[in-house]
Design a protein around this ligand. Structure first.
Ligand code: LLP
Length: 421
């Protein structure tokens, strides 16, 4: 459920009509709903009621400080995967002790930044990284709480580009080698073993792969405890999928996911951390765009929008589906026609949808891409020297620009011309 609904025939974000935002900030723009963010965060938080837990929002899904601050205010911790994300979370006011630092290849500089600023836990993904972290921590005279990310070799049954839990993926250490790596970790200076970390992929639409992975984590907890490690935290990663179409998809609900966690891991008495990104912000954000032209091609009609693949890359990159809806509600019973919905970028990959059935649309009309809050704005680029799309946050009847559209000068003046030219 989200808060983007038609009222009096016009799509609103909470109590704000989208054309009003379009007039103020221009198009395209990303628009987020505070109420939807809060609702989705609470769904997760309440799903783990009664279990000692921390929901660490995966900053990579949408990293605007206003979003981070909204979630932190509700009690969220953060999961970051780079020095930049760490700095963003801190700038948004999140204390270090609520920040988990994940990621496959943290540099020593990034480790230093997090250790000096304070960090709840570092999730270590390889032995070389473990040694580097030990060196950095010991050098600073600190001891850093760590979990080792284990790769459980489970098929997440999701898009190949976002599956991370099979042994052929680059993530974590093979679970079969965990004892060895934990023994090494325990002997290193500056390292305090506190838990186990696992994350098997994103946009999972079934519980079974999670269950299989968590079972392996439960078993490993027993083994490591018997080896003398004080395993007191389990970081279960993110990955719960969302419905991208209104009709046929029904991924498991957070409450079902929470019940499964209790079933599989409740008896261990560990503190549970989860790192959801998409489920919190995916359906809390839309991308609003304007039709520039309607062009009739050979046997097909193209709807050319002012948004392009650089603004929302998911369709080009993962063949992802996003519902596209007109901002002015179509009159009931009006016919639909197939459109190829495209952007102005000079490659055929700049196609949002082919043969998408839509009500009649004309130049100047506004459309909204639904479910664009996660991995939308954060994956955008300035390809074709198109300015980054502004982000707007709505809260009931208020809205605020939380990232402004850069001017051409701001973009261009980032280049520097060498003296010799
Ligand atoms: N934790 C770790 C260690 C992760 O790598 C990820 C996502 C998450 C948590 C959050 O997963 P979520 O709850 O959002 O599924 N750009 C792709 C998705 C990439 C996900 C990468 N890792 C897309 O647009 O579908």
């Amino acid at each position: 459920m989200d808060h983007f609904l038609y009222r009096d025939g016009v799509l609103h974000a909470e109590d704000v009509p989208l054309p009003e935002i379009a007039e103020t900030v221009g198009t395209p723009f990303y628009c987020y709903s505070t109420a939807t963010l809060a609702r989705h965060f609470r769904l997760f938080d309440e799903a783990l009621d009664g279990v000692d837990h921390l929901v660490c929002y995966a900053v990579k899904a949408a990293s605007n400080q206003a979003i981070l601050k909204t979630l932190a205010g509700l009690g969220a911790g953060m999961d970051v995967v780079s020095g930049g994300e760490y700095a963003r979370a801190r700038a948004a006011g999140v204390p270090g002790e609520r920040i988990v630092f994940s990621g496959v290849g943290k540099t020593r500089d990034e480790m230093r930044l997090a250790l000096e600023g304070g960090v709840r836990q570092v999730n270590v993904e390889s032995e070389p990284e473990l040694h580097a972290l030990s060196e950095v921590a010991a050098g600073l005279g600190l001891s850093v709480p760590i979990a080792v990310r284990v790769n459980p070799d489970v098929d997440a049954r999701t898009h190949a580009k976002i599956a991370t839990g099979k042994s052929e993926n680059k993530f974590g250490i093979p679970i079969a080698r965990a004892r060895e790596v934990y023994a090494a970790a325990a002997a290193l200076p500056g390292i305090e073993v506190v838990g186990i970390d696992v994350h098997i992929g994103s946009q999972l639409t079934a519980l079974e792969p999670f269950r299989l992975a968590y079972r392996k984590v439960a078993e490993l907890t027993g083994v490591l405890r018997a080896d003398g490690h004080d395993i007191r935290r389990l970081d279960l990663g993110g990955g719960l999928g969302i419905p991208y179409t209104r009709s046929n998809e029904a991924p498991p609900l957070p409450v079902e996911y929470g019940a499964m966690i209790r079933e599989e891991l409740g008896h261990l008495g560990c503190e549970i951390e989860i790192e959801p990104g998409r489920l919190i912000v995916g359906n809390a954000g839309i991308l609003v765009s304007r039709v520039i032209y309607l062009k009739s091609g050979e046997g097909r009609d193209f709807l050319i929008l002012d948004a392009a693949m650089n603004d929302l890359i998911r369709p080009a990159m993962y063949d992802a589906h996003h519902d596209i809806v007109p901002v002015v509600e179509p009159t009931p019973g009006v016919g639909q026609a197939p459109y190829d919905v495209v952007g102005p970028v000079c490659e055929s990959g700049d196609t949002f949808a082919r043969g998408r059935m839509l009500p009649p649309l004309a130049e100047g009309d506004l459309v909204a891409f639904r479910s664009a809050g996660a991995y939308g704005a954060v994956m955008s680029s300035e390809y074709n020297t198109r300015p980054l799309v502004p982000e707007v946050l709505v809260n009931e009847r208020d809205f605020a620009v939380i990232r402004a559209r850069p001017t051409f000068d701001e973009m261009i003046n980032r280049d520097t011309i060498p003296e010799w030219l």
